[in-house]
Design a protein around this ligand. Structure first.
Ligand code: WT7
Length: 654
């Protein structure tokens, strides 16, 4: 990026005050910002007291060897005890922890007392298999209760888990097992996906034959979910139910140092081998429990919380497993896809369980917009009181749609910015405090320091753009990249010495609120102006005919880069644009919203956009299309046929 700051084109004037009923009873009020600003470390020390420590910490932050942080270093704690046992001890054993909803429609509710028994038995089972504190365990599972049980059992015995998303290939699994040197793998025969059983175990078998992995894993524990036939290696493979059911129902949790490793989670990044992001125990759980309490305003006695993410992502780790359970929440765990067997499946689940807090991703919201307003309208969604968003910038129109059609034009929407590396939410409105602006994550949470820097590392003034940076360490920060301290330093701490470089473009508006503009690699340079793909996408989505848009900069001899947009029209396939009039109208619309400099040179209506399995648009592939190049690596794409469909749309293709 040149010296000039990122474009700051979009103006969004709509504002939404927090509803009186949320304000009246909010878990966190504006005082928290003041308290944390006066004494940041004191504030976090106080949040650490939400947890039950075996040994209370006397230290807060040790930053004597930056950027290698230690939080609450002399404290000792057991994470599983905090997520399960203490709620049972407090008399809430009969409270439902998990309402599991299987994709085929089977369901099962587990109380905290039942969860305690299952976690205890699983902890004994792992110990019987020789897993000791510090040993790594790989978990490759569908979205079923045993996945949560397995993670908590690992935490209970101090064995860091490495959860690998269930839709990843045998190769991806092998790389991760090898990098973490996992001793045991926990998997299932399969899971239900789009109406059919989909096998998992064969991928484990295949991964375990790869060089570098073969012979290292002593046991594979297999949960029976679908009952389908699977290959079996006697001696190595064991049924989960056979090994766990014969274990004692009680297990004494042992406390670990606050900096004991809790989990490794791999993020792909655009280049190079995946990075094993390491999270530890006491600081992580402190920030996750606090943010879940503050951002979602959770009332454990009455709320029913649902985060639609997969446990294979950090959102699932922090806001399905550790945050909600540390806070004693009742939550929904859903196995399948939003449109199986029909496009209203999610809303049916909200109605069935009376979900009050929903946390999902912009990509899912835009898919629902595309399916039509009439789908959610068929269900009773009146239980909802807080809506959350995470994963990418949410376009103002998607934000408005979410609030209006899911939240009855009444619920706050919290747009939460964070990363696998940050472990927990960093920038977000508070539902009982913040005057909300659609499309902006707005303000760092109490105790968090974030800002926007220019190329030289100076803070930009309000009204300007640059790079998002975190200026103080935070409790749930990654501690390093597993086995690669140097890469940790190079990736996050070298761009702006002393500050954490998040890799996202951002701007501050005139009120100082932060707007995320996408990964810095996704910023376009057009005739000397830096223009964010996010802003052009939001401008396109603000047109009533557009459901979703992906924008890339294609090399152009005249303007350096030319803006090229791929759009999905509302109403689906039959809403085509044979005469090109709509495309012209859309170009004018962007020029009107953002200014003529941001007018796309090309707009291509398509059926689908290429996405990773976590829902992020793969702009790299679209750039290949726009620049008429052979397509690059497609292994992380959910569905490779999408690219064929897009290429078939190009002028010149038959
Ligand atoms: C990247 C991190 C955080 C859990 C899921 C993703 C983007 C995330 C937002 C948001 C704008 C967002 C950023 C970030 N992102 N949330 N609310 N607004 N962008 O975790 O896979 O580690 O991705 O997701 O680009 O850097 P991840």
């Amino acid at each position: 990026m040149g010296n000039e700051s990122l474009a700051n084109l979009m103006t969004e004037e709509r504002r939404f005050a927090p509803p009186a009923e949320v304000v009246a009873d909010a878990n966190v009020t504006a005082d928290a910002y003041t308290a944390a600003a006066e004494d940041r470390l004191g504030f976090w020390a106080e949040q650490a007291r939400r947890l039950s420590w075996e040994t209370e910490p006397t230290e807060v932050l040790d930053w004597s060897n930056p950027p290698f942080a230690k939080w609450f270093a002399d404290g000792r704690i057991n994470v599983a005890y905090n997520c399960v046992d203490r709620h049972v001890e407090a008399g809430h054993g009969d409270r439902v922890a998990l309402h599991f909803e299987g994709e085929p429609g089977d369901s099962r509710s587990l109380t905290y007392a039942e969860l305690l028994r299952e976690v205890s038995q699983a902890a004994h089972a792992l110990t019987e298999l020789g897993v000791e504190a510090g040993d790594r365990v790989a978990i490759y599972m569908p979205m079923i209760p045993e996945t949560v049980v397995a993670m908590l059992a690992c935490a209970r015995i101090g064995a860091p888990h490495s959860v690998v998303f269930g839709a990843f290939s045998a190769d991806a699994l092998a790389t991760r097992i090898e990098d973490a040197d996992a001793k045991v793998v926990i998997t299932s025969d399969g899971g239900y996906r789009r109406g059919a059983p989909s096998a998992l175990k064969p991928a484990v078998d295949e991964a375990l034959t790869r060089p570098g992995v073969a012979g290292r894993v002593s046991n594979v524990l297999v949960v029976r979910r679908t009952g389908q036939d699977i290959p079996w290696q006697d001696g190595r493979d064991l049924w989960w139910h056979e090994v766990t059911e014969r274990q004692p129902a009680e297990h004494t949790p042992q406390a670990f140092d606050a900096e004991h490793p809790l989990f490794i989670l791999y993020t792909s990044g655009t280049t190079g081998k995946p990075k094993g992001i390491l999270h530890t125990t006491g600081g992580y759980l402190t920030q996750i429990a606090y943010t879940h309490h503050a951002v979602f305003d959770l009332k454990p006695e009455t709320d029913v919380y649902w985060c639609t993410a997969d446990v294979g992502w950090v959102t699932g780790h922090s806001y399905i497993v550790y945050g909600p359970l540390a806070n004693g929440a009742t939550e929904v765990l859903y196995e399948g896809t939003p449109n199986t067997p029909h496009n209203g499946r999610w809303w049916e689940i909200v109605q069935k369980y009376g979900v009050t807090i929903l946390y999902t991703a912009p990509t899912a919201i835009r898919a629902c917009m595309k399916w039509g307003d009439d789908i959610p309208a068929q269900f009773d969604l009146s239980s909802l009181r807080i809506l959350g968003s995470v994963g990418e910038p949410i376009n103002p129109e998607a934000w408005i749609w979410y609030r209006k059609h899911i939240g009855a034009d009444r619920t706050p929407v919290v747009d939460t910015w964070w990363q696998t590396e940050t472990g927990g939410i960093m920038i977000s409105p508070l539902p009982g405090v913040t005057l909300a602006k659609p499309g902006s994550a707005q303000v760092p949470l109490p105790g968090i320091s974030a800002t926007v820097l220019d190329d030289e590392g100076n803070e930009v003034p309000d009204g300007s753009g640059g790079y998002l940076a975190l200026t103080e360490p935070w409790p749930s920060m990654l501690r390093t990249i597993w086995g690669d301290d140097q890469r940790y330093l190079d990736t996050y701490w070298s761009r702006f010495p002393g500050r954490y470089f998040a890799g996202d473009g951002a701007k501050k508006d005139d009120d100082g609120d932060i707007w995320l503009l996408g990964r810095v690699d996704d910023v376009m340079l057009v005739s000397g102006h830096n223009i964010s793909t996010t802003e052009v996408e939001s401008a396109l989505v603000s047109h009533p005919r557009i459901a979703e848009a992906a924008v890339v900069g294609a090399t152009d001899p005249q303007t350096t880069q030319a803006i090229c947009a791929f759009v999905i029209l509302r109403g689906g396939a039959d809403a085509g644009d044979e005469d090109g009039a709509l495309v012209e109208e859309l170009r004018k619309h962007v020029a009107k919203v953002l200014g003529p400099i941001a007018k796309p040179q090309r707009i291509l209506p398509v059926e689908e956009l290429p996405k990773t399995r976590s829902g992020k648009i793969m702009r790299r592939l679209l750039r290949d299309v726009a620049e008429d190049r052979e397509l690059g690596d497609m292994t992380t794409l959910t569905d490779a046929t999408v690219m064929e469909l897009i290429q078939a749309k190009l002028p010149g293709a038959s």
